[in-house]
Design a protein around this ligand. Structure first.
Ligand code: SD4
Length: 302
């Protein structure tokens, strides 16, 4: 039997893993698998931090970031600050496969999606609008420590039957973010990284901290040097926490603005995860038994 494996961040990643594992079994390539797995989460309005129903920015508009990375040639397709498209991951795929570019933002990315026939739709739901109104009534300011509360990314890592490694991410970013703010998720090396010769990693949590440590790249390079995915996640996140903790309370984090979590897979489909808080669950499925499982990541340094 040829190996395949898929893992995705958070309990809502279960949906991504269910969709992706079926496609992997049918021998679809990693790009197809990651795109379809992430689309399923983007289209679910009950997931309040990704795609339709995502968390609006300070002005009440949903702005999305997404990316795909192909480990065969290190090619990237990423979009940032995209409005009114339910599936930014599909725009990211267009960027990867049809343009000479790797990262497109805002209006330009939207017009490119229009030109390729992707459909616009409203991303606000009655529930996301209600939550936004309540947040704004509390007049949460950028300097308020509650600011940014409530944010998650779907991050997916895949080993396909041909041995290809692929990673993808999609998120609405931080609650009440300033319009134009971009997180780690569409940034190669920070929110995601994939290399067929070493493995893949994705991150979720406060993008402003994750990007300071280029966490996903750091994890993949540790795997290249022989670390298991578990060791690589704990080591890379541990180094960033140790580096920042004098300035920022990032050890045993309780505030959303200091939480970080990472998920990785090596070339053999082994999976690892780590967080600087106690609440990070991820979903995964392996070819061996085809069971979709949820697991809690180890918290580092305690
Ligand atoms: C961001 N990393 O935009 C994303 C948000 C997230 O768990 O993943 N939160 O900063």
């Amino acid at each position: 039997m040829q190996k395949w494996a898929i893992a995705a961040t958070w309990p809502f990643g279960r949906r991504a893993v269910e969709v992706g594992s079926r496609l992997l079994d049918e021998e679809r390539n990693g790009i197809d698998v990651v795109e379809q797995a992430i689309r399923a989460v983007e289209l679910d309005p009950t997931v309040d931090s990704v795609g339709v129903g995502g968390i609006p920015n300070y002005e009440g508009e949903v702005e999305l970031d997404a990316a795909l990375m192909r480990g065969k040639d290190l090619a990237i397709g990423a979009v940032a600050g995209v409005k009114s498209f339910p599936n930014p991951i599909s725009i990211a795929r267009l960027v990867l496969e049809k343009t000479p570019h790797h990262l497109m933002v805002g209006d330009g990315a939207e017009r490119y999606a229009d030109a390729h026939g992707l459909k616009r739709d409203s991303l606000l739901t009655s529930s996301s609008l209600e939550k936004w109104k309540k947040r704004r009534q509390r007049q949460v300011q950028i300097t308020d420590e509650r600011w940014g509360t409530g944010h998650d990314t779907v991050g997916v890592v895949v080993l396909d039957k041909a041995g290809g490694i692929t990673a993808g991410t999609s998120t609405s970013g931080l609650a009440l973010k300033l319009p134009g703010r971009v997180g780690d998720s569409p940034l190669p090396g920070s929110g995601l990284y994939a290399d067929d010769t070493a493995g893949a990693a994705v991150a979720t949590g406060c993008g402003e901290l994750i990007m300071r440590g280029c966490l996903s790249y750091a994890i993949v390079e540790l795997m290249r040097s022989g670390a298991t995915p578990q060791q690589a996640c704990a080591d890379a996140l541990g180094r960033l926490v140790a580096r920042l903790e004098k300035e920022i309370p990032v050890r045993n984090a309780h505030q959303d603005m200091t939480k970080m979590a990472v998920l990785a897979m090596d070339r053999d489909g082994n999976i690892g995860a780590a967080a600087n808080h106690a609440d990070f669950d991820f979903a995964y499925c392996l070819a061996e038994d085809r069971e979709v499982r949820l697991e809690r990541a180890k918290m580092i340094g305690v």
